[in-house]
Write a new protein. Structure first.
Length: 261
């Protein structure tokens, strides 16, 4: 596996910035994001209808791009961990992580022996169809694969210290909508309890040599999260970025021509 520059940045305590893709499964989306400065592109399979053929295609078509391809899986199951990795994903996001045991199981499924029990298939997408030096391939994959656990329930927050202590988990990512729903304060992102949860996740990550992650929807929100200690940020998602830019442009043209109202 090629060097995972996102993982390297985070290990150095630097900021890693990327974006999420939910809608535009085009052959150029990964390269477009990379050319725009994204360190990573996270392709979502939790809230989309995308199958593995789609994921294989978007990863393969952006293989030459600098941005690191990541995949969010829908559930914590072995096949959902191994398959996107075999397709060439350089990291995974796991939703609804609520215990150290769950986090450890994910690490086991994602890592080759001796660290884990990932199934071995070589000469396929993840090793460039080369099938050379299997031991080196396994060692490299174990080192470079980025694992992100989503903390998005009250239970996950209560166990965040134990989760953060799991070796092999790299990022604790707050799923803000689901977390506020779980806490009984839907969408109240300024609520003191939610802010306290953010601080708890950031502290647990830092104390265990890991990074805290979050999807931000604006530059201002990104600065706030950085001030809270978050170092792995996804800048919005493809459909929202496109919709916002299109709406802004059309509105400005209409306003300039006096076509409002």
């Amino acid at each position: 596996m090629r060097r995972n520059e996102v993982k390297a940045k985070l290990q150095r305590g630097e900021l890693a910035l990327g974006t999420l893709v939910f809608e535009f499964k085009t052959s150029g989306i990964g390269t477009i994001a990379s050319n725009s400065g994204a360190d990573f592109v996270l392709y979502d399979t939790e809230h989309t209808g995308w199958g593995w053929e789609t994921i294989a295609s978007v990863i393969a078509s952006s293989a030459a791009a600098a941005a690191v391809p990541l995949v969010r899986v829908p559930v914590t199951e072995r096949s959902y961990i191994s398959r996107p990795l075999d397709l060439g994903a350089m990291g995974l996001m796991i939703p609804m992580v609520e215990s150290a045991d769950q986090a450890e199981q994910v690490v086991q499924w994602a890592k080759y022996p001796p660290r884990g029990v990932r199934g071995a298939a070589f000469g396929v997408a993840h090793d460039g169809y080369k099938g050379e030096d299997h031991l080196a391939t396994m060692s490299s994959a174990n080192e470079e694969t980025l694992l992100i656990g989503q903390i998005e329930t009250a239970e996950g927050v209560s166990k965040v210290g134990e989760i953060a202590a799991v070796e092999g988990l790299d990022v604790l990512w707050v799923g803000h909508f689901d977390l506020t729903n779980s806490m009984g304060i839907p969408g109240q992102f300024e609520h003191p309890d939610f802010v306290a949860a953010l601080e708890s996740v950031s502290k647990a990550a830092s104390s265990n040599g890991k990074s805290a992650g979050f999807m931000v929807s604006s530059v201002e929100e990104a600065h706030r999260m950085i001030d809270l200690g978050f170092r792995c940020l996804g800048y919005s998602g493809d459909l929202w970025i496109y919709g916002r830019a299109l709406r802004e442009g059309i509105s400005k043209i209409r306003d300039a021509q006096g076509l409002r109202g």
